[in-house]
Design a protein around this ligand. Structure first.
Ligand code: PGA
Length: 264
């Protein structure tokens, strides 16, 4: 079975950071990470829409992959407030984040909508970063595995094994995300990453399904980052609050890089 060949580290800045703050963050992060070979680490940042154009000017020369936090599923049309894939392409966005828990649970997006976005992202040559995760209630009911499998099967319906080679997955348990979140234990994260891996292999076969990076997200911090990355099925980290200071994100990167290296 194939395996992801790099460490994946990235952040979504949510509804934080103005254009100027994003530029400053990327400038610092780019300088911090300048010595890290990018065939070993995929470093990505997903800022707000208004900051994307400026962010591209900093991200590209620093080899930081640029992502968008959401995307409409049509090329154009009467969809007030939506952003077209053509608009993102024009700016140089490579990754499109789809189905973050706040989009699903605060704004009511469904698996069917995430699926349309995933298929649209592939049509336009983006890397879809599909976020999945169970709620606390679903966890307590003992149906986390079923929920993850449903989110994957519905969200990835119609995706081919060839397309799946460009797919990234973030496992972000809803109960672990944000200020009131409790980070998943490394054992719990490992178990769920294994469920996700098995489902991806079932859907796309070992060559494609085995190589899709599965990132853990949800209250990743300086204390738990290394132990999460040490787990065999955790291929990267998708970090919120603790990544928004470039110096601190650099500290996390430096901590986890050698651990990821030892694991291989
Ligand atoms: P957090 O956010 O690290 O602040 O919990 C993670 C996320 O929402 O991706």
């Amino acid at each position: 079975m194939a395996r992801p060949d790099k460490l994946y580290i990235g952040t979504n800045t949510k509804m934080y950071k103005t254009i100027a703050q994003t530029a400053d963050f990327l400038d610092k992060l780019g300088r911090h990470a300048a010595d890290i070979p990018r065939d070993k680490m995929e470093l990505f940042v997903i800022p707000s829409f208004t900051a994307l154009e400026t962010a591209a000017k900093y991200a590209a020369p620093a080899h930081i992959v640029l992502g968008a936090q959401n995307m409409g599923w049509e090329d154009e049309g009467q969809f007030t407030g939506e952003i077209s894939p053509l608009m993102l392409k024009e700016i140089g966005v490579r990754v499109v984040e789809i189905g973050h828990s706040e989009r699903r649970h605060v704004l009511g997006e469904t698996d069917e909508q995430e699926n349309r976005k995933v298929l649209c992202a592939f049509r336009h040559g983006f890397v879809p970063l599909l976020c999945i995760g169970e709620t606390g209630t679903e966890k307590d009911a003992g149906i986390s595995d079923e929920i993850l499998r449903i989110q994957l099967k519905r969200g990835l319906h119609g995706v081919t094994p060839i397309q799946a080679k460009e797919l990234w997955i973030a496992y972000e348990p809803v109960w672990a995300i944000g200020v009131s979140g409790i980070p998943a234990s490394k054992e719990y994260a490992e178990e769920k990453h294994q469920v996700i891996r098995r489902t991806l292999v079932e859907l796309f076969g070992g060559e494609s399904g085995g190589a899709i990076p599965i990132l853990y997200g949800g209250s990743v911090n300086n204390e738990n980052a290394s132990s999460l990355i040490a787990m065999p099925a955790v291929d990267g980290l998708f970090i919120g609050r603790c990544a928004w200071d470039a110096d601190n994100l650099n500290r996390i990167i430096r901590d986890v890089m050698p651990i990821w290296g030892n694991k291989r």
